[in-house]
Design a protein around this ligand. Structure first.
Ligand code: A2P
Length: 324
């Protein structure tokens, strides 16, 4: 099966496929589910895989990648794997510990892209993702993210990661990195929630003007995730405009939402572990939305965020207090 999508250039000379497979599953996963899904994904043409230490399944992603290399479906260089350093490892002396864990789980020599998962540092912890004090309060850490970034640059220089970037950064936080006096490498991307109900047009413009790729997570609005979705928010895939446009192009609302992004230069990483939906989500390169269609989709933006990470709303670096 041919690789799907188009490669978008990154500001460090590498490139990223504009459609990837998300692997963050908040459903109760049975051991083996991730490996099976990632193998299927690679078989049907996905070459960009998005993961993170936090998702707890990098061992299975590595297993799937290695299996597909071993059976001759792909070579290591055909795969673009993204991982992310979690909030409890943002102290400069801990970043490499997190990366070592990731590489050990994957049993790979490098990751293609390594991101700061959130701009909020939490107290160092090997065991807990959200360390708390006796009263249950999440413990924050005061870390200068510019120092964290300098370590990320070192990981790239050492060949452990090919490219480095950030995730969930607002404009001010991106600027802080871009204005570092000794900046060696700019972030290649900012991975943020992005879909027609949160189209991030201002952040996208800012990123484009700085040659930073915007990678959109939850591009379908997390439709089957009632635990996470803010139930006050409308369901993206039920949107009448997306459905109507789907009928016009003989596509699903999900395919319209994904096509909208790739057409405006956003890289998308829909998560699916269902072979049928993985296939559906890749069938977005055989049609075009018109300028009028694109404008109509722009028009349904509601600045509606599904992933708010509200337990950290009082963190000094909580990114979503700013407009963008
Ligand atoms: P599944 O893994 O069973 O396919 P997002 O990437 O926006 O966070 O959305 C992920 C969620 O959307 C997952 O629960 C996934 O479930 C579901 N999903 C993925 N592709 C589609 C699709 N084409 N139509 C409807 N739901 C989808």
């Amino acid at each position: 099966m041919a690789a799907i999508g188009r490669c978008v250039p990154l500001n460090d000379g590498s490139s990223i496929p504009n459609l990837g497979l998300g692997t963050c599953s908040l459903d109760k996963l049975v051991k083996g589910d991730t490996a099976k899904a990632v193998k299927t994904g690679i078989e049907i043409g996905y070459r960009h895989l998005d993961g993170a230490l936090m998702y707890g399944n990098e061992d299975e992603i590595g297993e799937a990648i290695r299996a597909k290399i071993a059976d001759g479906t792909v070579k290591r260089e055909d795969i673009f794997y993204t991982s992310k350093v979690w909030m409890t490892y943002l102290s400069p002396d801990l970043v490499r510990n997190a990366l070592t864990k990731t590489l050990k789980s994957l049993r790979l020599d490098y990751v293609d892209l390594y991101l700061i998962h959130w701009p909020m540092a939490l107290k160092a912890s090997e065991k807990e993702l959200f360390p708390r004090d006796a009263s249950g309060k999440i413990l924050h850490e005061n870390v200068d993210l510019r120092e964290t970034w300098a370590v990320m640059e070192g990981c790239k220089d050492d060949g452990l990661v090919r490219s480095i970037g950030v995730s969930n950064f607002n404009r001010r936080q991106l600027e802080m990195i871009l204005q570092m006096p000794n900046l060696k490498y700019k972030p290649v991307c900012n991975q943020v929630e992005c879909h027609p109900y949160l189209n991030q047009s201002k952040l996208l413009m800012y990123c484009k003007s700085n040659n930073i790729v915007l990678v959109g997570y939850s591009p379908l609005g997390r439709p089957q995730d009632p635990a996470l979705v803010n139930t006050k928010n409308p369901i993206l895939l039920n949107d009448p405009e997306l459905k109507k446009m789907g009928e016009k192009h003989q596509k699903t609302a999900a395919q319209i939402a994904l096509r909208y992004q790739v057409q405006r230069g956003v890289v998308v990483i829909p998560k699916s572990f269902s072979p049928g939906r993985m296939k559906q989500n890749k069938e977005i390169f055989d049609f075009c939305l018109t300028d009028e269609d694109m404008k109509r989709i722009d028009g349904i933006n509601k600045n509606c965020r599904y992933v708010t990470e509200e337990t950290l709303i009082d963190h000094p670096n909580y990114p979503f207090h700013d407009e963008y």
